[in-house]
Design a protein around this ligand. Structure first.
Ligand SMILES: *Cc1c(COP(=O)(O)O)cnc(C)c1O
Length: 424
């Protein structure tokens, strides 16, 4: 989508100076936009007990996480390292949700030690957990309804969650072992823009919760609807109507649980930060091949989505191009991989070497998915403050970073050694 007007207003006056002084490429995020989006989600739920837990994996930078925590957001983690980052960013206790899959008991124990709310992805670890977490919650496997989202894959083949037929047994066993507090988690959407699809998925989860309560004789304290609210990457996309989504969830809960208000949890990442970031790069190359190819000084190591998901789309603009004839181009990076393209057959104002290019909507699952294949290292992350100041919140990687884990002097491991060698 185009840059939000409030972001553009603070960005435009400084961009030329920034790219000249600091150089390209870099991601830059609008902190005010991120926090405002978080607040609008809270507002949408009104007086219904609600907490949004920002999915750390979307934008794992402490400067952003800290600001969100200060604004009342929780953090959603799915690995011990994310857990450490969440704690280092000021989240404590039940301000952390640990929703992970293919997870060892040790990892769950770390999350428990942090006081996090835990979502068990399967029933196996619950059996082995000793003592039980204070609140028991399972993730329900996507069950088809709204699980058409291409990023989620086919529901029946999902690797996530406890299959519906054994869900009641899992809660039953926890109940038998003395658990008294319960939650439930379900996430059937990914980058969903259609509110009616999202609502259908949410209603299915509410229905499941009601059935489990009846079958097991328990009450859920909270229902976690996960993340997956979408953002309009394409110009023709309509924004996701979060207010309508929240109202529909409230209505479904009021109907399903008369006289009670189970807490609503969400784990949105993309919806909160996605639109509030751009990747700024410079055209370093312009050649005529099958189509015109426009090469940037950034590669998919800085933004993996367009290459990784065939359907992923990022809007591209040339903020300083002025009026020029439009041409069809491929916008590419330097990786020795043919999928390293930010845009394919895209109409743009005829790009020239030296032009500044914005790749839009990189505020979630952008830098975070970056990698260092081919020695094309990850760029810097900058933050635009409310006052219009620019902060460096992560520098660009260097050769030293690239080799920081290398043992230049290989370290022999004590395996397969004869006894003499070992005692020597
Ligand atoms: C990735 C993920 C999220 C966040 O997804 P978004 O599309 O960024 O909202 C939330 N919860 C879980 C369990 C996830 O895996």
């Amino acid at each position: 989508m185009p840059i939000q007007p409030t972001f553009a207003r603070r960005l435009e006056p400084i961009m030329m100076e920034l790219v000249e002084q600091y150089g390209t490429p870099f991601h830059i995020y609008d902190l005010a936009g991120i926090v405002a989006t978080h607040r609008s989600m809270v507002q949408a739920f009104g007086d219904w007990p609600f907490r949004q837990y920002f999915a750390v994996k979307a934008l794992p930078n402490p400067a952003v996480l800290r600001a969100l925590v200060q604004a009342g957001s929780g953090l959603d983690c799915s690995s011990p390292v994310e857990l450490q980052l969440a704690q280092a960013s000021g989240a404590v206790g039940d301000a952390i949700v640990f929703t992970s899959n293919n997870t060892t008991l040790e990892e769950y124990e770390q999350a428990l030690g942090a006081g996090a709310l835990i979502t068990f992805d399967d029933e196996r670890y619950l059996r082995r957990a000793e003592p039980l977490p204070p609140v028991i919650a399972f993730r329900v496997a996507p069950n088809g309804g709204a699980a058409r989202s291409t990023l989620m894959g086919v529901a029946g083949e999902s690797k996530f969650g406890v299959p519906r037929p054994v869900l009641a047994d899992a809660y039953m066993e926890a109940h038998r072992r003395g658990a008294e507090r319960f939650g439930i988690h379900g996430m059937s959407c990914a980058n969903e823009l259609d509110v009616s699809n999202a609502v259908r998925a949410a209603e299915e989860l509410v229905e499941t919760a009601v059935q489990i309560e009846r079958a097991v004789g328990i009450q859920f304290e909270y229902i976690n609807f996960g993340g997956g609210s979408g953002i309009p990457y394409r110009l023709e996309d309509q924004p996701f109507d979060f207010r309508a989504y929240a109202s529909a969830i409230r209505a479904a809960l009021a109907k399903a649980f008369p006289g009670r208000r189970p807490r609503v949890l969400m784990e949105c990442g993309r919806f909160v930060s996605g639109p509030h970031g751009i990747l700024v790069a410079r055209v370093i190359n312009r050649v005529k091949k099958e189509r015109a190819v426009v090469g940037l000084d950034a590669s998919m190591s800085a933004l993996m989505r367009p290459g990784f998901y065939r359907t992923a789309y990022h809007h591209v603009s040339l903020p300083f191009a002025g009026p020029r004839p439009e041409v069809s181009v491929d916008v590419v990076g330097s990786l020795c991989e043919n999928i390293d393209r930010f845009a394919v057959d895209r109409r743009l104002p005829d790009p020239a070497e030296g032009d500044i290019v914005y790749i839009h909507d990189t505020g979630a699952h952008g830098h975070a998915m970056g990698f260092t294949y081919n020695g094309r290292l990850r760029p810097a992350e900058l933050l635009l403050t409310e006052a219009g100041d620019v902060l460096e919140i992560r520098r660009a990687e260097t050769f030293e970073d690239y080799v920081t884990t290398v043992r230049w002097e290989p370290i022999p491991l004590r395996v397969g050694m004869s006894e003499e060698t070992e005692s020597a």
